[in-house]
Ligand binder design. Structure first.
Ligand code: CP3
Length: 368
């Protein structure tokens, strides 16, 4: 029998054939830099579209067999060192009974959006069993060759979809909520923190090795607002996750244009911090006082460059990564559908072989 927590049996950890990602996240010695990509599910890959068919994302991800195959697709096609659950940050929001739709070219739409306390009550009534397909997908991935990343949206980023009803550039309703209805904002973010701790803990118990929190849009805030209206919830969320899942790797991605927020994050209880491409990794390490392994931060648009240039950029990112406490290669924000599968495979191979050669040269004491 495994250990118990809260009266519930905790399954033993998974054994992966390739555990490079987890070792790098724990700052153990690695023979090369692990690599995976945000939004790697495969919109650049015709096989992804064939597996998904005419279904929308939420419908396709409820089909456990399809979701498992899509989760593993980039592992097979690209040779990445981690797989990420095929779901969305709005999966639990749909599970809580909100009408969430993905509209081609527009992104997610929530209609009607959140307006009052009854919506907060709906979030409070969510239990992970309402999205039991997520648990089934992760259980089916216990034999996967690489670590599996479970994830959720962070309270601010999810609140912005809930309040705006969809994507926005200005975040006016979201900012109005914390500025002019702080009690409501507090109730909403508290509800999202609790929901997210439960949901990610459920993912860990179901088989996820890594728990990642996407806060893609916090870069829209000033450091003052972030510190006052968002950071306390992020902090509490990670404290809860650490308490419930002490053996799991925790990752925070503060998203696009978050460079000015980095100094505020250095005391967060996480192992890995995702960085966008606007800040060099060496500088991100200074801003976070060397507290984290850094993940990133290749501009996905560099994949539009010819292969020699695309390699030069990758080498630059690898060099920067060597000036941090540890590096996991990734894009600074998600891959987009126009990315060429062949070029992405080329980049992946390049990162694998180049970082291995650099490590070997360093071990011999020479310069790479
Ligand atoms: C902000 C955000 C969302 N979703 C997510 C974030 C955080 C990361 C980020 O900043 O990119 C996270 C996400 N969404 C999806 C995954 C799983 C697999 C993967 O990373 O490849 C993950 C980790 C599937 C998805 N989620 C979505 C798709 C594309 C639509 C589809 O294939 O049906 C996928 C594969 C749709 C989605 N979902 C969301 C948007 C803005 C969009 C549409 C925009 C776009 O097209 O790029 C919300």
């Amino acid at each position: 029998m495994g250990p118990k927590r809260g009266g519930e049996e905790i399954p033993p950890p998974n054994r992966r054939r390739n555990d490079l990602f987890v070792r790098a996240a724990r700052r153990e010695a690695v023979e090369r830099v692990p690599v995976w990509y945000m939004r790697q599910a495969g919109r650049y890959d015709p096989l992804y579209h064939a597996l998904k068919g005419e279904r929308d994302l939420l419908t396709a991800s409820r089909d456990v067999e399809t979701a498992v195959r899509i989760t593993l697709l980039p592992v097979d096609r690209l040779g990445v060192d981690a797989a990420i659950l095929y779901a969305d940050i709005l999966t639990p929001i749909a599970g809580a009974g909100f009408d969430v739709r993905f509209i081609e070219g527009k992104g997610p739409v929530i209609d009607p959006p959140v307006r009052g306390d009854e919506d907060v009550a709906r979030l409070r009534a969510f239990a992970p069993e309402r999205v039991s397909f997520v648990g089934e997908i992760l259980s089916a991935l216990r034999d996967a060759p690489v670590p599996v990343i479970g994830f959720a949206g962070a309270p601010f980023t999810v609140a912005s979809y809930l309040l705006e009803g969809g994507a926005t550039r200005e975040f006016r309703r979201t900012k109005a909520a914390y500025l002019s209805a702080p009690a409501f904002w507090h109730e909403l973010l508290e509800a999202l923190v609790d929901l997210t701790v439960d949901y990610l803990t459920y993912q860990a118990r179901s088989g996820a090795d890594v728990l990642m929190l996407f806060d893609s849009w916090v870069g829209a805030l000033s450091p003052w607002d972030y510190e006052q209206y968002v950071l306390p919830y992020v902090r509490r969320l990670f404290q809860g996750l650490r308490r419930e899942n002490p053996g799991h790797v925790l990752v925070y991605y503060p998203g696009v244009s978050s460079g000015e927020l980095l100094p505020l994050l250095s005391d967060l209880s996480v192992d890995v911090l995702g960085v966008d491409w606007r800040v060099p990794l060496s500088e991100a390490a200074v801003r976070t006082r060397g507290r984290f392994v850094l993940q990133g931060n290749y501009d996905p648009s560099w994949l539009l460059a010819p292969e020699n240039l695309l390699e030069a950029y990758a080498e630059r990112v690898l060099e920067e990564g060597e000036q941090t406490p540890g590096h996991i290669f990734n894009v600074g924000h998600g891959l987009f559908p126009e990315v060429d599968l062949g070029k992405l495979k080329h980049l992946t191979d390049f990162v694998r072989t180049t970082s291995a050669a650099r490590r070997r040269a360093q071990a011999k004491g020479g310069s790479p």
